[in-house]
Design a protein around this ligand. Structure first.
Ligand SMILES: Nc1ncnc2c1ncn2[C@@H]1O[C@H](COP(=O)(O)OP(=O)(O)OP(=O)(O)O)[C@@H](O)[C@H]1O
Ligand SMILES: [Mg+2]
Length: 303
């Protein structure tokens, strides 16, 4: 068994890394560690999907290996490549030295010295601290053939390099897969994983996140900030602000020595929260003031 022995212990471990983790997420992380199953996290942008892998690796004292997915990512750049440039130099040197043992040279050229290990292969390697955390980030950016390939790699935790042989992980890595759901990921891959939808945090949790990530902000300002952002998320926006934006905004306000929010300050700093002109335009005029009033009314209603 890997890691903490209860859901509370998981939450405490992540908390110690500055990651505020609700009960539902704590439960699925605990189960994924206990059962050795990959964890599939979906959610809007900036809600802490990538960060949890970092916090988990730090909390468990494991190596973090990240496979950042992108359109066109193929198996070879995810697993291994041959160091073509170094192979060429070795061939030229052998030629210049008149070293004609071709078989030996070929064996050497396709041996460990010329192998560039990419994340999936790195994650199969033994590590004295224990199996690493393998983060497969933003899988929705890749295409279906790559997904199928991943499915295979995740089912037996081994990769085969024709020139070298099969390399199997002594202990399966702790796998976290994230998706922003720009497309549906195939059922077969999801079925292999435990699934969790990462929500925007509620008011109290977002305050706790600010406390952890922007501790310089006074409590009253933090409450103002979070109340406003939460109100903003109820609006019909093209792209709602994530937790990352809340933190950025708090840091901007601190840099400007802002003590309390006002419609003017909000208008001047909206670029930290909203990244689309249409959304920003929607908050022009009296809109920011109206949202701020609503946010403060909610705050007064809160216990
Ligand atoms: N629960 C949390 N506790 C502490 N910090 C958090 C939490 N959630 C988000 N954050 C902060 O928000 C930032 C953004 O989170 P992260 O990059 O993990 O989001 P994401 O869901 O991966 O977004 P994207 O889809 O854009 O990649 C992190 O750097 C972290 O500081
Ligand atoms: Mg991310």
């Amino acid at each position: 068994m890997t890691g903490p022995d209860s859901i509370d212990a998981v939450q405490e471990m992540l908390d110690a890394q500055g990651y505020v983790c609700g009960r539902a997420l704590g439960t699925v992380v605990f189960l994924s560690l206990r059962l050795g199953r990959p964890l599939f996290l979906e959610g809007e942008a900036g809600v802490g999907k990538t960060e949890i892998a970092k916090a988990l690796a730090a909390g468990l004292n494991r190596r973090l290996i990240r496979l950042q997915c992108y359109e066109g990512l193929d198996a070879s750049s995810a697993v291994y490549e041959w160091n073509f440039a170094a192979q060429m130099i070795a061939i030229r040197t052998a030629e210049a030295e008149g070293n004609a043992d071709r078989d030996l040279l070929q064996q050497e050229l396709f041996g460990p010295d010329y192998l560039i290990e990419r994340p999936l292969l790195q994650a199969m390697r033994p590590d004295e601290r224990g199996a690493p955390v393998l983060l497969i980030d933003e899988i929705d950016r890749t295409d279906e053939p790559f997904e199928a390939f991943l499915l295979e790699a995740l089912s037996d935790y081994q990769v085969t390099i024709p020139e070298i042989g099969t390399i199997a992980a002594p202990e399966p890595p702790i796998v976290i897969v994230t998706s922003n759901r720009t497309r549906e990921v195939h059922d077969a891959l999801k079925r292999r994983c435990l699934y969790h939808w990462v929500e925007y945090p509620d008011f109290e949790r977002e305050i706790a996140i600010l406390r952890a990530r922007a501790p310089e902000a006074a409590e009253a300002l933090s409450r103002d900030i979070v109340a406003f952002v939460q109100q903003l998320r109820t609006e019909d926006l093209f792209k709602k602000p994530g937790v990352a934006e809340t933190i950025d905004w708090a840091k901007c306000l601190l840099a400007l020595d802002v003590i309390a929010l006002s419609p003017e300050v909000i208008a001047d700093t909206l670029g930290a929260l909203l990244k689309y002109q249409d959304d920003i335009a929607q908050l022009q005029g009296s809109e920011a003031a109206r949202l701020l009033d609503q946010a403060r009314a909610e705050l007064d209603r809160a216990p």
